[in-house]
Design a protein around this ligand. Structure first.
Ligand code: SF4
Length: 348
């Protein structure tokens, strides 16, 4: 006999339900939830049950979020770099267009945790119209990153209206979408979504996986649908203490990404975001990981390690020091620690 019960909701959004699902005390969850939003998809909760702490830390509220005295509310100064609400114009030819206020999961380390998933994230027809208007009268912008929140959480028709409007602006050459849905709710990447996106090339998608156990059969199918629609896929991973801060974990993640047709793009040093200091590693940790990657794994797998400068200064690539002297001859240390040199002059 068919069950009379309604199917379980896709998401857990209350401390009480989360405490019950995981068998943990509710009070710490309630304390954090009073300040920051909570959402975990049932799908990701199952992954947490299977794989434990690295995924738990990304999704489950932690009381340390409330005691961080280091982080900044808006570490990248996005609000001051917004000529109109929900559009960040930091680099001359690029803009970040925030079109969605919700995500499939509220990652505990999120740079925009000041507003993503809260009533402070006001995105409506008026902000979308203001963003499109700014883009159409700023022809210097040729590359728009559509983000949020997560654009893949929008109804398909609404996302399509936004993409169509962007494509109608002649100065916009490239559209990029930032989404964590292929990782946190991959079944939302339907054939219908991929078919719709395909109409708006050149379109790039940067997704966000942080741990090899996030790469599941479901995630692989989601990425295959997007890749089969001709969309180049990149991954922006964040280096997180207690999640992926070891060369072995990062290496495994990078190889698994390539196997699901996603090119590792950035490995980000964690931003100085208020409520996330317990996730931060030192830059030395990141540089040591890069030393274990460069030369040791396929160049296709190696992302750019970068720090987004506090205060909106932009991304700064961080590379281990291989060059020891800069004059007529460059002296290098190879990835195996051997010395070599290269003549740095042209005799005409
Ligand atoms: S999916 Fe991205 S925007 Fe959403 S909470 Fe996670 S890190 Fe933040």
């Amino acid at each position: 006999m068919p069950s009379e019960q309604s199917p379980p909701a896709t998401f857990i959004t209350t401390p009480e339900h989360l405490a019950q699902a995981l068998g943990i005390p509710v009070e710490p969850l309630q304390a954090v939830h009073a300040v920051y939003p909570l959402r975990v998809s049932r799908y990701y909760l199952d992954l947490i049950r299977q794989h434990g702490l690295p995924l738990w830390r990304q999704a489950i509220p932690d009381p340390r979020e409330l005691t961080d005295s280091v982080g900044l509310t808006d570490p990248l100064d996005e609000e001051n770099l917004s000529p109109v609400p929900c559009l960040v114009h930091k680099y001359p030819d690029r803009a970040l267009f925030l079109v969605a206020g919700e995500c499939a999961m509220y990652c505990r380390f999120c740079t925009r945790k000041r507003k993503v998933g809260t009533p402070d994230m006001i995105i409506d027809d008026a902000t979308i119209a203001a963003g499109l208007d700014y883009l159409s009268r700023t022809p210097a912008i040729s590359d728009v990153l559509v983000s949020g929140g997560d654009p893949f959480m929008l109804p398909l028709a609404r996302l399509e209206r936004i993409l169509k409007a962007l494509r109608a602006i002649p100065s916009i050459a490239t559209i990029r979408i930032g989404t964590r849905v292929p990782c946190t709710l991959p079944m939302r990447v339907t054939s219908g979504l991929a078919a719709m996106l395909k109409k708006y090339h050149p379109l790039y998608i940067n997704t966000h996986f942080n741990h090899p156990t996030e790469i599941t059969a479901e995630a692989e199918l989601a990425c295959a649908r997007l890749a089969d629609a001709g969309i180049p896929l990149g991954c922006q991973t964040v280096l997180l203490r207690g999640v992926n801060d070891s060369p072995e974990i990062i290496r495994e993640l990078l190889y698994r990404l390539l196997r699901i047709r996603v090119k590792p793009y950035y490995l980000f040093q964690a931003d100085l975001t208020k409520g996330t200091d317990h996730f931060r590693t030192t830059v030395d940790t990141g540089l040591a990981i890069m030393r274990h990657l460069i030369g040791h794994v396929s160049g296709m797998a190696v992302p750019t390690y970068a720090l987004d400068a506090p205060g909106g200064g932009g991304k700064i690539p961080l590379t281990p020091a291989y060059i020891r002297r800069l004059d007529d001859t460059l002296d290098f240390t190879t990835y195996l620690g051997h010395d070599c040199s290269y003549p740095n002059r042209i005799d005409l």
